[in-house]
Design a protein around this ligand. Structure first.
Ligand SMILES: Cc1cc2nc3c(=O)[nH]c(=O)nc-3n(C[C@H](O)[C@H](O)[C@H](O)COP(=O)(O)OP(=O)(O)OC[C@H]3O[C@@H](n4cnc5c(N)ncnc54)[C@H](O)[C@@H]3O)c2cc1C
Length: 547
């Protein structure tokens, strides 16, 4: 085995795939009985009801230049785009429902339409220039400084003040606040406007789809492709020390900074260890999964056009709700993120029945039951909702951590997305996926670009590992390899794109160049050896071995 990956979340599987595609022999070790980390699905309530345990909605999977370039459709993944990317109901019985088209959205926002075009439409236009900046480390020379500067001028502002200053009506303000709340930061914090802008731009440029059959299908497709390339996955295999691993020349860890410390402490410099120890987690989540006797009876019927519904009312209410967990409080009227995938995917529930996924932010590590408060919020915008509940499953922040060691205290993003931790994630390094041990890499959401199902942390960490193995470019530059682009702002990427990420294409070009002529004729990436022998044959991890 040339490479070991600890953890089979989307980033671990992505890292393993990059290595396997480059002909490196790789094995993934997953602690839990099932693969996928934050992309697992299960029958949490009743037989026949398939629930997404963690992630449910996947704009970042579509946006990811890496995932988009993989043949995941051939491995069973289908992303379903509902007619509208998201919906945001208000107390007047109406809902703000942006369309995939910017023009239609601008028209629907009345007096705030043109401001929306200026703030969000501009980023949608620039999406092709900015996606690799959004989905990679911040600390590097920007490829499109003007576009990034335009974005940064607004993005660096607090989302609450940007929304109040550029929009006049409650509809656009609330819509922006709901998108910005994906930062899991107080909306008064500098930089949170960037989340509002990016998440709304994603709605137009990429869509907010769900995976047919559940998010687990993303992990299954990644794993199926990995196995087809010769990669191996071992489940029920928690790694508690690097010495437990079979011999491997490089190890890539899909774990949080705390775990990295305990796995590899003595191999790391004291400065790096200090940075890992100082890494900060944000609020946790409290989540409910429902089996329902019918679709949610939204007071605003338009809410049924989207898989994602932002339930929380006005900008002021959402801002108050997002402040609370940072102050150690539980909001009385929490902002609730709701997903209703079964409206668009009949495989999720028996005929006529539905699933619902809903969570709110709570203080890190909280075990407070928020069921009543979440249900009151949904009922507020969907009268009669409670009557439909057949069964519910409750997951507190501490439950989440028990099911996945990376969800520390219930933090779903692998660490707070503060400005500081966008730059130093998890430590201030030119290549944040590297560690002081040259054979050890970190690829979890605690590295840039952070949380979400995009696989970019895994992709970029594995590229660094390939360089260590002497495969591909020898440069240690952290420049993003992403050159694949959405087809258009209107049509937006999606599955089946044949575009290749520059990094993968680059490695494959290199492999073809190095491969013996017979291989080259067949056009296959070589398995092992033909990838070129490593320049430095170091045996990094050579321990007693699981096998
Ligand atoms: C409730 C919730 C809702 C979310 N909603 C969305 C959403 O809608 N859209 C979206 O894009 N993102 C969402 N996310 C975030 C997304 O799931 C994560 O950002 C993403 O899964 C991170 O991927 P990862 O590979 O870094 O880590 P993870 O997915 O957390 O995977 C880490 C894996 O490593 C394993 N592991 C950890 N330590 C060890 C060890 N020592 N030995 C062996 N294995 C180990 C874990 O068991 C786990 O399987 C959500 C997350 C949660 C919890």
């Amino acid at each position: 085995m040339e490479a070991a990956v600890i953890g089979s979340g989307p980033n671990g599987l992505s890292a393993a795939l990059v290595l396997a595609r480059a002909g490196v022999r790789v094995r993934v070790f997953e602690a839990e009985p099932t693969i996928g980390g934050g992309t697992r699905s299960a029958e949490l309530t009743l037989p026949g009801f398939v629930h997404d345990v963690c992630s449910a909605v996947h704009p970042m999977a579509v946006a990811s230049p890496f995932l988009r370039a993989l043949p995941l459709a051939e491995h069973g993944l289908e992303l379903i785009h509902p007619p509208a990317p998201l919906a945001h109901p208000l107390d007047d019985g109406e809902a703000v429902v942006p369309d995939r088209s910017i023009d239609a959205t601008v028209a629907s926002l009345g007096g705030d339409g043109e401001a929306y075009r200026r703030v969000i439409g501009r980023t949608v236009e620039d999406w092709r220039l900015l996606d690799s900046a959004f989905l990679g480390p911040i600390l590097r020379v920007p490829r499109h400084p003007l576009a990034l500067g335009r974005f940064g001028l607004r993005g660096l502002r607090p989302s609450a003040s940007l929304a109040s200053s550029v929009f006049e009506g409650e509809q656009a303000r609330a819509l922006f606040a709901g998108a910005a709340a994906h930062s899991v930061l107080p909306l008064e914090q500098l930089g949170t406007a960037s989340f509002g802008i990016v998440f709304l731009a994603l709605a137009h440029a990429c869509g907010w789809p769900v995976a047919r059959g559940g998010s687990q299908q993303i992990a299954q497709a990644l794993a199926s492709y990995l196995r087809a390339l010769g990669g191996e996955i071992e489940t029920g295999a928690p790694v508690t020390a690097l010495e437990e691993l079979p011999r491997a020349r490089v190890v890539i860890c899909d774990v949080g900074p705390g775990q990295l410390l305990s796995l590899a402490g003595p191999r790391l410099s004291s400065r790096y260890r200090g940075a890992l120890a100082r890494f900060r987690y944000g609020p946790g989540v409290f989540k409910l999964d429902y089996a329902l006797d019918g679709p949610v009876p939204w007071n605003a019927p338009d809410c049924a056009r989207a898989a994602t519904v932002h339930v929380g009312g006005t900008l002021a209410e959402i801002a108050a709700s997002e402040r609370a967990p940072w102050q150690g409080r539980h909001s009385e009227r929490p902002f609730v993120l709701v997903a209703q995938p079964s409206l668009f995917d009949a495989t999720r529930a028996p005929e006529g029945k539905h699933t619902l996924w809903a969570y709110c932010h709570v203080p890190n590590g909280s075990s407070t039951d928020m069921t009543e408060r979440i249900e009151s919020q949904i009922e507020r915008f969907a009268t009669g909702f409670r009557d439909l509940v057949l069964a519910r499953s409750v997951t507190t922040s501490s439950d989440f951590e028990r099911g996945n060691a990376n969800i520390v205290g219930g933090d779903i993003n692998g660490g707070a997305a503060t400005l500081r931790q966008l730059v130093a994630r998890p430590a201030l390094r030119r290549l944040p996926y590297s560690t002081p041990d040259p054979d050890l890499f970190l690829c979890s959401a605690s590295t840039p670009p952070g949380g979400g199902v995009h696989g970019m942390c895994g992709h970029l960490a594995a590229r660094a590992a390939l360089r260590r193995l002497g495969v591909g470019r020898s440069s240690s530059s952290a420049r993003s390899p992403c050159v694949a682009r959405p087809r258009s702002a209107r049509g937006g990427g999606g599955r089946g794109s044949s575009a290749r990420s520059g990094g993968v294409a680059e490695v494959e070009r290199e492999l073809r160049r190095r491969a013996p002529p017979s291989r080259r004729r067949r056009g296959r990436a070589p398995r092992r050896g033909a990838a070129g022998e490593p320049t430095r044959a170091r045996r990094a991890h050579r321990p007693r071995g699981r096998r």
